[in-house]
Write a protein that binds this ligand. Structure first.
Ligand code: B1M
Length: 211
């Protein structure tokens, strides 16, 4: 059995201690961080997601898997960052109001940091006004919103409206993403960019700042 399968299985069982041993071991074996993330950690989380959907596992099991996922992703962070990048701009990021999912948001934050962006992480369940207030306070050029639930996606439209109401809409770019989010939805709410994954989000942020 490969070490990537071991990582996937440890994640499915929520064994953070095992993840702490296996991820550095995989790096030592020369497996690229991206491959460890995708074929180890995310592969495991995808099995958990499927079982969650089918009522084969429940919130407590998913929570421990999520904790193990965050531990593993943190271990990969230095490897995912690009060497020698200098600060290129500021972003405030958060998961929208009513939504507690933070794994994808944390990955996007890591990829942003890897591209040399300064990131203000507002956490989860972030009110639209809080995104705007943080952008003003910290002088962010980008507001980045994550949502994992179809029921919380509309909060992204509220962020766009809050930025308009605060008179900063022409000064900030609003990026959105998360499993249920689409380009069509992005267009419909007047956000500036939708990207399907964390790596694409970081590329897009750099392009938006350059443009
Ligand atoms: Co939740 N959950 N959950 N959950 N959960 C989903 C999302 C669900 C699809 C499961 C299912 O039914 N199959 C389903 C949503 C259904 C829907 O709305 N369509 C669901 C549900 C229903 C719920 C609850 C309502 C369950 C309940 O209580 N009955 C509840 C809601 C709580 C709340 O938020 N208010 C709930 C709770 C939880 C836990 C707390 C137990 C836990 C979250 C723990 C945590 O995050 N710390 C949890 C988890 C872990 C999941 C699954 C299993 C995994 C999500 C995940 O982290 N994926 C998920 C099922 C699944 O996705 N298969 C599920 C890995 C992560 C890397 O992917 O976040 O999509 P993702 O990020 C991707 C991209 O989307 C993108 O980049 C990342 C990859 O590179 N991306 C961006 C994300 N944000 C971006 C922003 C960008 C750009 C790209 O630009 C700014």
């Amino acid at each position: 059995m490969s070490i990537l399968t071991d990582i996937s299985e440890a994640l499915q069982k929520g064994r953070a201690k095992q993840i702490k041993v296996l991820v550095p071991q995989a790096l030592e074996e020369g497996i690229p961080a991206k491959q460890i993330l995708e074929e180890g950690l995310l592969a495991g989380m995808s099995v958990v997601g499927e079982k969650f959907k089918n009522n084969e596992v429940f919130v407590p099991e998913v929570l421990v898997a999520a904790r193990a996922m965050n531990v593993g992703a943190e271990l990969l962070k230095p490897e995912l960052a690009e060497a020698g990048v200098s600060a290129k701009g500021k972003v405030c990021i958060g998961t929208v109001k009513g939504d507690l999912h933070d794994i994808g948001k944390n990955l996007v934050r890591m990829m942003f940091e890897g591209k040399g962006l300064e990131v203000i992480d507002l956490g989860v369940d972030v009110a639209p006004e809080a995104f705007v207030q943080a952008a003003v306070e910290h002088g962010c050029q980008i507001i980045a919103c994550s949502a994992l639930l179809t029921t919380t996606m509309p909060a992204m439209a509220e962020v766009v409206k809050a930025a308009q109401a605060a008179g900063i809409r022409d000064k900030v770019k609003i990026m959105i993403g998360g499993a249920p989010v689409t380009q069509e939805f992005c267009d419909s709410i007047g956000a500036d960019a939708y990207t399907p994954d964390a790596a694409a989000a970081a590329e897009k942020a750099v392009a938006l700042l350059a443009g």
